[in-house]
Design a protein around this ligand. Structure first.
Ligand SMILES: Nc1ncnc2c1ncn2[C@@H]1O[C@H](COP(=O)(O)OP(=O)(O)O)[C@@H](O)[C@H]1O
Ligand SMILES: O=C(CO)[C@@H](O)[C@H](O)COP(=O)(O)O
Length: 586
């Protein structure tokens, strides 16, 4: 869509895993322009697959920083070629895939501030990075650093209470720690470390942009209540880290005017404001105007599930981030690594590479899949920590394959049942008034959304564009224009179109999934340490436990319990220790 129009507007950017995207939103909160650059397709010289390089160890995952820079050059040129009127842009903000980090080499700041409007960015920034291949959220190579960080602050729960999460391999502090340990010279030559979000903001600002509280919460370094760097965590990760990170700022901060580079090269007004960029999931929360009680499910490269929270409740599973729109509040997030790329694989294997064939299979199979259940983790999953494909017959026997249609439904039902189980593990309940807001690439697919509505027993809504992170970024830019006036975000976006109903639960769905979903009988499998949210976790132990050992209090066998032991299904490492059960391999 490229309607050149001379409307006053704000731009919202998203530097996500597979692409850079932009939307323009006018003062009536209407999206009137959308564009994107897809890394694999539009920048094949970087040789990425799904926007990343998976290294030989299968654990290290990186993306070339210059690919992101060049993608920005390309998308700005596309906008100019389409006649987009940059002179009408009042403000801009953006989002980035979370946790990824960029390492600016000593001296890069001078290059950034002196950008020449005659040249594209990528030609000028070639020599500005001490690490050219940046660790991204899909990386899971830092288990040693995670254990060190947890030990340094008194354990996993202590770290979670401080920073909102126990140590996760993709979280930036652990990634920085690995770089410091394995490549101390590159670390020493780094003058600034950005997140993908603050890196992208820096490109627009022409100077280093601070990290915002919300995306900063995904680093295992920020004290989410006090909004300052946690000294114990910094010290455990790497020396001189505080000066390389710079002070964090509230997510709604105006960080400055756009660099003269954009004024001279593209015709942005000199007063165009840059509002701090944030993580793509926090930006999606803003874009969907999530309210307390709603549940958002993003079906992008990763699948994520997130909620608005008044009070943080840090646990051993999931993450608490500072809210991107309200400095007093928080959001909870669960991340599932085997999202769209896993769905694409099964589509290619079982639906002739066609989403319409894939949809047809969902329509031609029944809710509950006749008792056939599957979990598909081609890459090591985050929630739960598992790998491999695991299929169960109605008799609860692990089987090597399913017919194609059954395979497709097993994948989608398995993905959504896992989301519901883990959300309930965090204490979330589906209530009669619950709305699910779906976004991300796969939310284009109505048949996938129907399964989502059925599994959750709640209506599913979508917004006009699946690019909610971009839209949320543009909304946040409008909010930035009102900075200092105390106007709440909800007031700024009140004209935005309401989400549209996309799917309602089918008759009988709640009975089918009540029988299948172990979480619904959680009462029968109490946590050994009292609080469910403390001990729910990241192991699909049934799969690693051929003895089928049952958790305490499990009420009699049921062939419908595809993972026959609901307690084991959501059992954390801590709970496994308590029950003396094997740990999931990492
Ligand atoms: N009709 C569809 N059905 C299911 N998935 C789809 C469909 N169209 C696009 N997708 C998925 O959307 C994904 C991209 O989602 P997107 O939210 O843009 O990702 P990201 O923001 O992480 O780059 C693709 O990998 C693709 O698998
Ligand atoms: O790691 C997380 C969230 O914790 C991921 O959700 C990344 O933020 C990547 O986002 P997408 O590119 O898949 O939207």
């Amino acid at each position: 869509m490229a309607e050149p129009a001379a409307r006053l507007c704000c731009l919202g950017w998203d530097f996500s895993t597979q692409q850079v995207k932009v939307v323009a939103v006018d003062a009536a909160m209407k999206v009137f322009y959308e564009d994107s650059v897809h890394f694999d397709r539009d920048l094949p010289e970087f040789g990425t697959q799904g926007g990343v390089h998976v290294h030989q160890d299968g654990l290290t995952v990186t993306s070339p920083v210059l690919m992101w820079v060049q993608a920005l050059d390309l998308i700005l040129e596309k906008m100019r070629a389409s006649g987009f009127d940059f002179s009408r842009v009042l403000a801009l903000s953006g989002a980035g895939q979370q946790h990824g980090s960029v390492y600016w080499k000593a001296g890069a700041s001078r290059v950034l501030t002196g950008l020449s409007p005659g040249l594209p960015l990528h030609e000028q920034l070639q020599a500005c990075f001490s690490i050219r291949d940046c660790p991204v959220w899909m990386d899971s190579s830092t288990i040693a650093q995670c254990r060190q960080l947890e030990a340094a602050v008194g354990g996993a729960q202590a770290l979670s209470c401080l920073t909102g999460s126990r140590a996760y391999e993709r979280f930036t502090g652990n990634q920085i720690s690995k770089i410091y340990q394995q490549n101390p010279e590159a670390y020493a030559h780094t003058e600034r470390i950005s997140l993908v979000s603050s890196f992208a903001a820096s490109l627009f600002l022409g100077s280093y942009c601070p990290i915002d509280y919300s995306d900063g919460s995904g680093m295992n370094l920020l004290q989410i209540q006090d909004k300052v760097w946690a000294q114990a965590c910094l010290g455990a990760c790497a020396p001189h880290l505080e000066e390389k990170l710079g002070p964090p700022v509230p997510s709604c901060s105006v960080v400055g005017p756009v660099s003269p580079y954009y004024v001279q090269r593209y015709g942005f007004p000199p007063g165009c404001k840059v509002v701090a960029f944030t993580g793509d999931n926090p930006a999606s929360l803003a874009g969907m105007r999530l309210e307390e009680g709603d549940i958002a499910i993003s079906l992008g490269t990763s699948d994520t599930l997130f909620l608005w929270l008044q009070e943080p409740m840090p646990a051993l599973e999931g993450h608490i981030f500072c809210s991107p729109v309200d400095p007093q509040h928080y959001m909870a997030l669960l991340c599932f690594k085997n999202g769209s790329l896993m769905r694409e694989k099964i589509r290619d294997e079982s639906a002739s590479c066609s989403w319409s064939e894939f949809s047809k299979a969902l329509r031609s199979t029944e809710m509950g899949n006749g008792g056939n259940v599957g979990f598909y983790f081609d890459v090591k999953e985050i929630t739960p920590e598992m790998i491999g494909r695991h299929r169960f017959s109605p008799e609860n026997r692990e089987v090597p394959a399913f017919p194609k249609d059954v395979e497709i439904r097993a994948l989608i039902e398995g993905q959504f049942m896992a989301k519901r189980i883990h959300a309930e593990g965090l204490g979330y309940r589906v209530l009669p008034k619950t709305k699910i807001l779906a976004t991300g690439g796969a939310s284009h697919n109505r048949d996938i959304l129907q399964v989502l509505a059925d599994v959750f027993g709640a209506p599913v809504y979508v917004i006009d564009t699946a690019n909610s992170a971009c839209v949320g970024s543009a909304y946040r830019a409008f909010h930035g224009l009102a900075a200092g006036t105390g106007v709440p975000f909800s007031e700024v976006v009140k004209l935005a179109p309401s989400p549209r109903l996309a799917a309602t639960p089918s008759p009988g769905a709640s009975q089918v999934y009540a029988a299948l979903l172990p979480s619904l009988s959680r009462e029968s499998c109490p946590s050994p340490r009292g609080s469910w949210s403390e001990s729910c976790g990241h192991g699909l132990l049934r799969l690693a436990d051929p003895t089928g050992r049952r958790g305490r209090g499990q009420q009699g066998p049921s062939s419908l319990f595809w993972v026959p032991d609901p307690w084991l299904l959501t059992c954390s490492s801590a709970a496994r220790d308590h029950l003396a059960l094997p740990r999931a391999s990492s």
